[in-house]
Design a protein around this ligand. Structure first.
Ligand code: ZN
Length: 111
């Protein structure tokens, strides 16, 4: 399917921009901070006392996946993974972040 040549490419582009982009970035930052605390706790053998995890930001409550579905509507799922998408829209794979230098062994953990 080709886009109609109405000269409204700016409008088409504006629709594609994720309205929750900033919140999704915040979600990733939250997961990174959480992982740092967990890694420090793991390093000391999950000893007592347990660490204080960062609080889940209130503005992230109700954040939806927002991926474009086959019906053309935004996905409404709220069970998001670290990358801010649901399990159907790229959530299960952490993308390149999971395969970065420090996360290289992560997918094989548990085997
Ligand atoms: Zn989704």
């Amino acid at each position: 399917m080709t886009a109609p040549s109405t000269g409204c490419s700016d409008v088409v582009r504006a629709v594609r921009i994720d309205p929750d982009r900033e919140r999704r970035k915040l979600l990733k930052a939250y997961h990174r901070a959480h992982e740092e605390v967990s890694a420090a706790w793991r390093a000391r053998g999950y000893g007592y006392p347990p660490p204080t995890f960062p609080e889940y930001p209130d503005e992230l409550r109700g954040l939806i996946c927002g991926a474009k579905t086959r019906a053309g509507t935004p996905c409404k799922r709220t069970d998001l993974w670290e990358n801010g998408r649901c399990k159907f829209h790229g959530g299960l794979s952490g993308g390149h972040e999971r395969f970065s230098a420090e996360g290289e062994a992560k997918p094989m953990r548990g085997y």
